[in-house]
Design a binder for this molecule. Structure first.
Ligand code: AMP
Length: 217
């Protein structure tokens, strides 16, 4: 199964991609996670990406396209993959289509997680992440049992640099301007399906599983 999980920042792409990956035994490929890992390790890729990410801008196409072209050739992607956070521009979508053609593979489906602005805002400003194990919490929806402490491993919770309010505003604007037009692109390719992103995590997962089943996936 080769899928794109699409939607604005905060829609729940990462959470749902992880669950889908476990259910179907295929990797979640998240450009955001790959870039954050590179920043943590202080690699040249991380150094280049950090400035863009901290202000909520997109990392240049050539950088993320290079990452994805390499990643999709990894062995674990042979059975399929779930793209999360890629593509984010028309140029990225075109590069993906070319890369898949070269690998003689095709995209099965693009699932757009649709959600309103107010809910997005709470999800993004409320998000807290464990500095050690990466487990996610939310001060409105999924409170840790102890303030700022991870329930899973007991380490401290932090706010992602790009979850500061000014950066969130920028990320949402960038999404509208550069990423949302991809909905038309995939609609034309007849690949686009929409799942309502409101509600708790299991109920959104159910909607996604239903879409996949309805499409024979
Ligand atoms: P995410 O975790 O998907 O919200 O991504 C966090 C940040 O990483 C974004 O705000 C961008 O700065 C950068 N990023 C992730 N994926 C891409 C992409 N496909 N194209 C450009 N920048 C990206």
């Amino acid at each position: 199964m080769r899928l794109i999980l699409f939607g604005p920042p905060g829609a729940g792409k990462g959470t749902q991609a992880k669950l889908l990956g476990q259910r179907y035994g295929i990797p979640q490929v998240s450009t955001g996670d790959i870039l954050r890992e590179a920043i943590k390790k202080g690699t040249p890729l991380g150094l280049e990406a950090k400035g863009y990410m901290d202000r909520g801008a997109l990392v240049p196409d050539r950088v993320v396209i290079g990452i994805i072209e390499e990643r999709l050739q990894d062995r674990d992607c042979a059975k399929g993959f779930i793209l999360d956070g890629f593509p984010r521009t028309i140029a990225q979508a075109e590069a993906l289509s070319l890369a898949l053609k070269r690998l003689r593979r095709d995209l099965d489906c693009v699932i757009n997680i649709n959600i309103d602005h107010e809910e997005l805002w709470k999800r993004l400003t409320g998000r807290r992440v464990c500095c050690k194990c990466g487990e996610e919490f939310n001060i409105y929806y999924k409170k840790p049992s102890q303030d700022n402490i991870c329930d899973k491993c007991g380490s401290g919770l932090i706010q992602r640099d790009d979850d500061q309010e000014a950066t969130i505003e920028n990320r949402l604007r960038v999404y509208k301007e550069q990423t949302e037009p991809l909905l038309g692109y995939y609609q034309k390719e007849n690949k686009l399906k929409t799942a309502a992103g409101q509600g708790d995590i299991p109920s959104v997962s159910q909607k996604i599983y239903q879409i996949l089943e309805e499409n024979g996936l």
